[in-house]
Design a protein around this ligand. Structure first.
Ligand code: MN
Length: 137
């Protein structure tokens, strides 16, 4: 909800326009990959209703939820409701999505590891039908 106070410690950043998100999502880069850290660190804000496409990470990903309520779902499994303070450890090559609930924003830090020069493989959008079903529970 755009009227919510921003309680996240990091800036909301710029709107994501890469075509792999549904709804309004924003990204702030926090730390680039460097010679010691083989990952990228970003802060992502999903407004209510916003979510990633289905996707995989070749070396996994960790999410730290800093604000709000949303979902994490692995393909073929029930969605998990996630909220402020939750840590999600996403295994390599597992198809999944993450994002806000239909009624609340979600803010998370994402730590995404690299394999070579790749850290994500984007797949199809989470359909409105899939998203509506998840929000019933
Ligand atoms: Mn992910």
């Amino acid at each position: 909800m755009t009227t919510d106070p921003n309680t996240s410690p990091f800036p909301k950043g710029e709107k994501i326009t890469n075509g792999y998100f549904t709804g309004n999502a924003f990204l702030t880069p926090l730390l680039a990959r460097d010679k010691n850290n083989d990952f990228v660190l970003v802060n992502v804000t999903f407004e209510a209703g916003a979510r990633t496409n289905w996707h995989t990470h070749p070396k996994g990903q960790v999410l730290l939820v800093t604000e709000g309520v949303g979902f994490y779902q692995e393909k073929g499994k029930p969605a998990q409701r996630i909220k402020t303070g939750d840590v999600v450890n996403i295994p390599e090559l597992v198809e999944h999505w993450h994002g806000a609930s239909a009624t609340h924003k979600l803010v998370h830090i994402a730590i995404t590891n690299y394999q070579g020069d790749n850290n994500v493989v984007w797949l199809s959008p989470v359909s409105d039908e899939e998203y509506t079903e998840v929000n019933k529970h």
